[in-house]
Write a protein that binds this ligand. Structure first.
Ligand code: HAM
Length: 417
């Protein structure tokens, strides 16, 4: 038990962490390119925030939250997603009083009590963004384009963008009624959860993973058929802006997303792998009522989040090699006790000059040290033993060429340069 991590969590060890660092670097660079600013919010929030925003009938809130009472008897929850916290911070810190829209991004861990499997974890990581303060369809198109841009910069190929509109307060009630009427005909075939959804939130019926329910849902009325003129016009503009920058997309009228706060645009980017269960690599949409739902003014929002584990998994599945620099500049090899101090000093000097440098800490033989230098992909090794000390020289070995030269100590730095 003591040496087992909690189910659904991961250790990212050296060798793999470099991929995370590369991904994070690229994400930050691209967000800067689109002029988004980073925001960091707490890992836990008041439970009430998620009930109000993500919605009580969503799977996340009804089944998957890590909620507990703290020592002060407050109900808190490890954040299952990032949008609610960002919106709360936007309201609490009065960011709405600054220039709008606010374009914010985040990278960090999220927690859901999910059934762990490949690409599905209980602690996972999202990169995401939220744009607050504009209802303009260019924002929707920009957010979707950002996601596509990121994935294409990573070299991902087999992805599709699915897009839909889930309507607004104006047209959704009529759509919910239509769904209720439609699904009511199949009450005897629906799963128990869907029977509950039928009463509480019929839109959720379109999101069921049970085969029988999926089959019935595939012939259900679509949001687009019920969209009001505003929602329809908004949707058409988002589509035309995407086309203008060459983003391929498919309209998927069954896409409703698993969180309750969406209005109008909903989208996902999915992997085209046959038989894959966890195929959504990212998802997002517009939420024009969320800011007011958590106590702010009537301010619209739009955003998305991508699962970083899923991004890295897809990179692996597609056989993409990330350009991660390997190896060190110099390995300093002391031979014998007397050389240790000189080598310690030389290693320090090299590091001060900006070289990535490694040395020996275990008094290994020269053969073992050269093996270590090789394993670390060192460009050069500098070998100093008693003879070199006596002559005030060092042996500098070019590891790739397997050639070496004896260099006066005061010229070693110039030689390496
Ligand atoms: P979501 O669809 O719940 O949306 O999650 C976004 C992405 O997080 C998913 O597409 C998936 O890649 C990843 N993800 C979700 N659950 C897990 C898990 N258990 N293990 C690994 N990866 C997972 C949201 O979270 C919204 N906040 C997105 C958003 C932002 N909408 C508007 N703004």
């Amino acid at each position: 038990m003591l040496t087992n991590k909690p189910r659904g969590t991961n250790d990212f060890l050296p060798g793999e962490v470099e991929k995370w660092q590369y991904l994070e670097g690229l994400i930050r660079e691209l967000f800067a390119n689109y002029h988004y600013k980073e925001i960091r919010t707490p890992i836990f929030e008041h439970t009430e925030l998620f009930l109000r925003s993500v919605g009580e009938t969503s799977d996340i809130v009804s089944k998957e939250m890590y909620s507990f009472e703290d020592k002060g008897m407050r109900h808190v929850t490890l954040r299952p997603e990032g949008t609610a916290g960002v919106v709360r911070a936007f309201v609490e810190n009065k960011l709405f009083a600054q220039s709008l829209p606010q374009k914010l991004y985040y990278i960090g861990p999220m927690f859901r009590y999910d059934q762990p499997q490949a690409g599905r974890y209980r602690q996972f990581h999202q990169l995401g963004c939220e744009v607050l303060g504009s209802a303009d369809p260019t924002v929707d198109a920009e957010v979707i384009t950002f996601a596509v841009d990121l994935f294409s910069k990573l070299g991902l190929q087999s992805l599709s963008v699915l897009i839909n509109t889930v309507g607004c307060d104006n047209c959704r009630p009529r759509y919910q009624e239509a769904l209720k009427a439609y699904f009511s005909q199949y009450k005897s075939e629906l799963c128990p959860t869907c029977l509950e959804r039928l009463e509480k939130n019929p839109l959720r019926l379109l999101d069921c993973k049970e085969e029988a329910c999926k089959r019935i849902a595939s012939h259900a009325p679509t949001t687009l058929e019920y969209a009001c003129d505003d929602c329809r016009a908004h949707f058409d503009k988002v589509c035309s802006y995407l086309e203008s920058v060459g983003v391929d997309y498919q309209v998927d009228t069954s896409l409703v997303r698993g969180l309750d706060y969406y209005t109008q645009t909903a989208f996902e980017v999915v992997m085209n792998k046959v038989g894959s269960q966890q195929n959504a690599i990212c998802g997002g949409g517009r939420y024009n009522k969320l800011v007011s739902q958590v106590g702010g003014e009537d301010i619209p929002g739009m955003g998305f989040a991508a699962g970083m584990e899923r991004v890295l998994l897809t990179i692996e599945e597609e056989g993409i090699q990330l350009p991660i620099p390997e190896g060190i500049d110099v390995y300093v090899a002391p031979l014998g006790d007397a050389a240790k101090k000189v080598c310690f000093e030389l290693t320090h000097t090299l590091r001060q000059k900006g070289y990535t440098c490694e040395t020996d800490y275990l008094s290994k033989s020269i053969k073992a040290q050269m093996k270590t230098a090789d394993k670390n992909h060192a460009r050069y090794s500098i070998i100093i033993g008693d003879d070199e000390l006596a002559q005030n020289v060092a042996v500098v070995r070019n590891m790739a060429e397997s050639s070496q030269e004896t260099v006066p100590m005061d010229q070693v730095l110039d030689y390496i340069k």
